[in-house]
Design a protein around this ligand. Structure first.
Ligand code: SF4
Length: 432
């Protein structure tokens, strides 16, 4: 037991948010407590992302600031996807001599031991492994709240041409089904009301002949809770999975199916291995089986060589599908990926295209939200401040409402009737 305070700065996706909970678990095991401000911490951890260049630039900017703000004697650690790249780790080592420990994704589970070693010897540690060696995550200090993240697999085999993940997270490794089921049982017993299964491509989960649909069947407990998953790859999304969602008592009626582009030419250049038509057929089957499904997606604008015609195909697909929610990104170069070597578009073109897409999606989200007025949803209460509550419906629609009788707690499932929609934000009231 050491004691003191720790502060973790997390960049990137939900996967990294959960990785930070694992890092917190190791620090808390050593007696460290969390603190809000990096200036007060004895251990500061930057859990980095390298999916977008902006995230990487941000890390260098924040590190520059921390250098002067950190307490004397505080240990500064940089880990995560960014440092898994040998060139970046080397650059960081030279550029930032005040960083005490630099490690990658595969040896992150040993962060506690590296901190012990640094405190003991004062010797800087720079160690990035090329592969994992079967170590385990140990204790997890989960953020409080209604949702618990649960890894079912790690890594990715897909090699989309814009993505660095397979290079920094390695190939797919699936966790044993029994371990996942017992983790989920434990999480529900400890009060979590929602579990989100995590993997870069959950649809390709396979363990001893059992696939993702088999896993979902095993998680069909006779308990009131919500089960979600992310992320699905459209090429592996099966009708069997849509049928499972339709039949399930616990699976949320929302689906995030990242399309990335509506142009077949760009989808092929991205190595996504499905066509626009394949994708639209799958969406139609999902809607036939689960009419109240809430759909969301990721769309990338300005991929190398994207023409106005390609972009119009994307816009057309978005208008055709009518997603409840869309995460829209401008393509960002990543050195080490095939797309980085393709002819690039100028920034102004990319910016103008994403502005058009954002405008189109806003109208769609607004019109879907307007259509919910008067409808009733079962909402899982995620936040409460005074008598103001906020939660999500089974189709992932976010709804705010008042607790007039002061009888609602975070984690309750409450029936709410939507009374108004303001700029795609839903306001509701508790039904009698
Ligand atoms: S499926 Fe494609 S985008 Fe997703 S993590 Fe794998 S390579 Fe990256």
């Amino acid at each position: 037991m050491r004691g003191g305070f720790y502060h973790i700065q997390t960049y990137g996706c939900q996967m990294n948010v959960h990785e930070s909970e694992k890092i917190a678990g190791q620090l808390e095991k050593r007696g460290f407590l969390p603190c809000e401000n990096a200036e007060d911490a004895d251990v500061i951890v930057f859990n980095t992302c390298c999916v977008r260049e902006t995230a990487e630039t941000k890390v260098y900017g924040h590190l520059g600031r921390i250098k002067s703000q950190k307490k004397s004697g505080a240990v500064l650690v940089v880990c995560g996807c960014m440092t898994q790249r040998a060139d970046v780790a080397e650059n960081l080592k030279k550029r930032c001599p005040f960083v005490d420990i630099i490690i990658g994704t595969f040896n992150q589970y040993m962060i506690g031991e590296y901190i012990d070693a640094f405190i003991g010897s004062g010797e800087r540690i720079v160690e990035v492994w090329e592969h994992e060696n079967g170590g385990s995550d140990g204790d997890i200090a989960r953020a409080s709240g209604v949702n618990a993240w649960l890894n079912i697999m790690y890594g990715c085999n897909n090699f989309c041409t814009y993505c660095i993940v397979p290079y920094v997270r390695g190939r797919e490794r699936c966790r044993p089904i029994d371990d996942i089921v017992s983790d989920a049982e434990r999480l529900i017993a400890s009060g979590y009301k929602q579990i989100t299964l995590l993997g870069q491509n959950v649809n390709s989960y396979i363990y001893k002949g059992k696939n993702f649909v088999d896993l979902l069947k095993c998680l069909e407990f006779d308990k009131k809770y919500r089960l979600k998953f992310m992320t699905s790859h459209p090429k592996d999304f099966s009708i069997a999975l849509a049928e499972r969602i339709a039949r399930s008592k616990v699976l949320s009626h929302n689906l995030h199916l990242p399309v990335q582009s509506g142009s077949d030419r760009i989808l092929a250049a991205m190595n996504r291995r499905y066509t626009r038509d394949d994708y639209l057929k799958k969406i139609q089957s999902v809607r036939d089986l689960i009419p109240d499904i809430g759909l969301s997606s990721d769309v990338m604008v300005g991929f190398p060589t994207e023409t106005e015609e390609d972009f119009l195909d994307t816009l057309d697909l978005v208008e055709n599908v009518r997603y409840n929610n869309l995460f829209m990104f401008i393509y960002s170069r990543r050195s080490g990926t095939p797309a980085d070597k393709m002819p690039q578009l100028d920034y102004a073109t990319k910016q103008k295209r994403i502005d058009r897409l954002i405008k189109a999606q806003f109208e769609i989200s607004k019109s879907i939200a307007d259509g919910y007025v008067g409808k009733r949803f079962e909402v899982l209460v995620a936040e409460k401040s005074g008598n103001k509550c906020f939660g999500k419906a089974e189709n992932d629609a976010a709804i705010s409402f008042e607790d007039k009788n002061d009888s609602i707690s975070v984690g309750d499932f409450i029936e709410v009737k939507v009374t108004a929609s303001k700029n795609a934000n839903l306001i509701g009231e508790v039904t009698d």
